[in-house]
Design a protein around this ligand. Structure first.
Ligand SMILES: C[S@@+](CC[C@H](N)C(=O)[O-])C[C@H]1O[C@@H](n2cnc3c(N)ncnc32)[C@H](O)[C@@H]1O
Length: 303
């Protein structure tokens, strides 16, 4: 779990990076495919776009992973690009992500600002969301989070009670508050994430939030929330689909993200319950998100 990695970073973690200048879309895709073919899933890649430079980094924890990447690098057809590898000391590893964390625009309205940067001119009318994710997932830049935010923006004015399932850094709770939610509950089975989410919520001056450690399989609160958001592995979403439906109030909305685009057709067949109706799908480059609405007429339903 995340907390274990935080207190005991692996002693022999290595980083492999490819940096390209003025890279076309095709070259960017090729670089990502290189790592995917070498056994690093796209969710494990760190992408960095800054001015003219594009960098992709992958982290190998085992000798086998290291060998696969090294071997792939030897036969790589990425012309003019080389794979740079280095060992990371635990200290480097823990703070590594901060180097590539910059202000980012998300959705139509928001600007995510790392807590250690100045807000500055917020890109015109964008609303700043100040975050220090530390060990929690949720810098706001991951495609799965971006899709969630776009869905939430499209529901502005239609919800006041938001449930942030797997809150991570709390980014979605802050966004929900900015979109007008008055009562926000966020939970994560990682205790450290729940703490970090609370800190980020307070950091942004948001009110009406409650953050706690819990496993989705065990939470209660039937039919209470008019918007439930869950950005998680699709197998977790499928396993707890009835629970997610039961947490959503009749007539309320459920947004799910974290479903790989390739597997979305299967997910779509398996996910609905008798109580949920699919009303919108958003596709990103590699991920999909879906918006469901719970039926009006089944107030006594329990997941
Ligand atoms: C992909 S992250 C999403 C973080 C943030 N909500 C976002 O959209 O950026 C998924 C989060 O769900 C949490 N999580 C995964 N399975 C869970 C479960 N069964 N119960 C509670 N939290 C869970 C993880 O610890 C992680 O913080």
């Amino acid at each position: 779990m995340m907390t274990e990695s935080v207190s005991r970073p692996p002693a022999n973690l290595s980083e492999f990076s490819i940096i390209a200048r003025n890279a076309s879309r095709q070259v960017k895709d090729q670089i990502q495919r290189f790592f995917e073919d070498a056994g690093i899933p796209s969710a494990g890649l760190v992408l960095w776009n800054y001015k003219k430079y594009f960098r992709v980094s992958a982290y190998a924890l085992t000798t086998k992973q290291r060998q696969r990447i090294t071997k792939a690098a030897k036969c790589s057809r990425l012309r003019g690009l080389c794979v740079q590898g280095k060992w990371l000391r635990p200290k480097d590893w823990f703070y590594k992500w901060q180097e590539s964390y910059r202000k980012i625009s998300v959705g139509k309205k928001f600007l995510i600002v790392p807590a250690w940067e100045k807000i500055g001119k917020t890109g015109g009318k964008r609303i700043p969301v100040v975050l220090d994710p530390r060990s929690a997932f949720g810098t706001g830049g991951h495609e799965t989070t971006r899709l969630m935010i776009r869905m939430m923006e499209s529901l502005e004015g239609k919800f006041t009670r938001f449930l942030d399932v797997g809150t991570g850094s709390g980014v979605l709770s802050v966004i929900a508050s900015r979109l007008g939610a008055e009562e926000i509950h966020g939970f994560d089975y990682d205790a450290m994430s729940a703490r970090i989410a609370r800190e980020n919520f307070v950091r942004n001056g948001c009110q009406g939030g409650r953050f706690f450690r819990a496993n989705l399989g065990k939470v209660s609160g039937t039919g209470r929330f008019d918007l439930v958001g869950a950005n998680m592995l699709s197998r977790t979403l499928l396993r707890y689909r009835k629970k997610l439906a039961s947490l959503t109030c009749p007539g309320g909305f459920l947004v799910v993200s974290g479903i790989s685009k390739r597997h979305f057709p299967d997910f779509r067949k398996q996910f609905p319950t008798d109580h949920l109706r699919l009303i919108r799908v958003l596709n990103g480059r590699s991920w999909s998100a879906a918006l469901y609405r719970r039926n009006q007429n089944r107030p006594s339903y329990r997941g």
